[in-house]
Design a binder for this molecule. Structure first.
Ligand code: HEM
Length: 419
């Protein structure tokens, strides 16, 4: 983290949030997340200012909603809080409009979601499970044993990229392009991957050109079960313009990629850091689904979702004005002491483990939640069959973002079963 971005300051990481006046608190600084230093900032807001106004930030003024119940209110009050024009704290780029159904209100949102929802529906999930298992086994069997390697690259990215290629029926040999386009979509200009918005635009247009080729093939073929075919044949999507096609592609690429990837890495990290929980899992493998849910709570792979107030309204005693940005910090709601006992601990058999906010609630609730859980469950079933344990070496490197909450590197050593 040496190349500080001119618009953010890394210095905030060293501050004690309790020494600042409440009005000076800005929790959206990506460096807080890259250093895993955001927790006490959110704790203070939950305790003292659960609906908090930050008047000045790189992203403009915004409200932070940090308690579980208030987040639930915002997420389920679609008539008051809009998903337009964006669901992230950062405003959309005027020269790169990317309409996508996650950032639309009713009725258009519902119509477009309906077109693609079956991709992660029960029938597809049943068909996917053997494919996911075979790929998981393939990736695990090719890991170097007893040597240090980066779990993020070798396992988390590899498995989620293969899954994405299947969802789109994307040429398998080109699948690394999907990961690349996903990373480009969420990158901060000037921080390594891209230098400018102009460059992002250029690369995403290459993505659009590639996918237009796939659309042209599929639109003239009978409807299939993959996302491109669904979009090309769906009543609510078949007449989309190119920008809207690109916007929905970005949603479907990013939605299923970083989130599941970072959950996979987090599960390895947490089970290595909590040996008593790992022993419990080995002894009671029926706890795998519950462990997966706890990982999704603990990690909160998307730190926030944003809404924009449609009217003047009141929340937690605060007066919110029409047009104000309202940030639901899921990452904080999932650590709310009022809902989760010992919230900072990783407890794989929590009684209310499924209550987490990580998939959101309401009409935008994650469309791929069952698919993500399936991939995680199969991964751990296959890990426990063949490895004694996975050791984590040193500290992970974390994503520089206040939206994607994850890891760029996790050094691990896999120990095979003996005997
Ligand atoms: C652990 C993994 C995942 C997490 C934590 C996650 C999280 C989320 C969240 C927070 C939302 C917005 C909820 C809201 O605004 O109320 C969402 C929406 C969405 N997710 Fe996921 N997601 C995950 C995996 C996936 C996968 C595998 C897919 C692939 C199909 C996917 C596709 C989507 C789509 C298309 C939406 C938009 C839904 C809508 O607007 O109606 N997600 N996800």
């Amino acid at each position: 983290m040496t190349n500080a971005h001119p618009n953010y300051t890394e210095d905030q990481v060293k501050l004690d949030p309790y020494t600042l006046p409440l009005a000076a608190i800005n929790v959206a600084n990506p460096y807080l997340f890259a250093h895993d230093a955001h927790w006490p900032w959110f704790k203070r807001l939950r305790e003292e200012a659960p609906v908090h106004y930050c008047a000045e930030s790189f992203f403009g003024p915004y409200w932070s909603v940090t308690r579980y119940d208030d987040i639930m209110t915002v997420d389920t009050s679609h008539d008051v809080y809009s998903s337009e024009p964006a669901i992230v704290i950062r405003d959309p780029q005027e020269d790169l409009p990317l309409p996508m159904f996650i950032a639309m209100d009713r009725p258009k949102h519902d119509e477009q979601r309906k077109v693609v929802a079956p991709v992660a529906g029960p029938e597809n999930l049943r068909n996917f499970e053997p494919v996911i298992r075979a790929r998981t086994i393939d990736v695990l069997e090719h890991l170097p044993l007893g040597e240090t390697f980066n779990w993020v690259d070798r396992v988390s990215i590899e498995l989620t990229t293969r899954m994405l290629a299947t969802l789109f029926d994307f040429p398998f040999e080109d699948r690394s392009k999907l990961t690349y386009w996903s990373d480009i979509s969420t990158a901060i200009p000037g921080m390594g991957l891209i230098d400018s918005e102009e460059q992002r635009k250029e690369i995403l247009h290459q993505c659009l050109a590639y996918f237009t080729g796939l659309w042209n093939q599929r639109v003239n073929a009978p409807p299939g079960n993959d996302l491109v075919s669904m979009l090309a044949h769906g009543e609510a999507t078949r007449n989309m313009g190119p920008q809207e096609y690109l916007g929905n592609l970005v949603l479907l690429i990013v939605g299923g990629n970083d989130t599941t990837r970072n959950t996979m890495s987090a599960s390895v990290l947490n089970l290595a850091n909590n040996p008593e929980q790992y022993r419990k899992l080995v002894a009671r493998q029926e706890l795998i689904p519950s462990m997966v849910a706890e990982t999704i709570r603990w990690q909160t792979p998307l730190a926030h979702m944003r809404r924009t107030a449609k009217f003047d309204t009141e929340l937690g005693g605060q007066q919110i004005k029409a047009g104000d940005k309202v940030i639901m910090w899921y990452v904080s709601g999932n650590r709310d002491e009022a809902v989760f006992e010992r919230p900072d601990e990783f407890i794989i058999d929590r009684p209310n483990v499924r209550k987490h906010l990580s998939f959101g609630f309401g009409i935008h609730r994650c469309m791929g939640n069952r698919l993500a859980e399936l991939q995680l469950r199969v991964l751990w079933e296959e890990i426990l069959k063949r490895f004694e344990r996975i050791e984590v070496v040193g500290e992970p490197e974390r994503t520089l973002s206040s939206f994607v909450h994850g890891y760029t590197s996790l050094s691990t050593i896999v120990h095979p079963r003996t005997g």
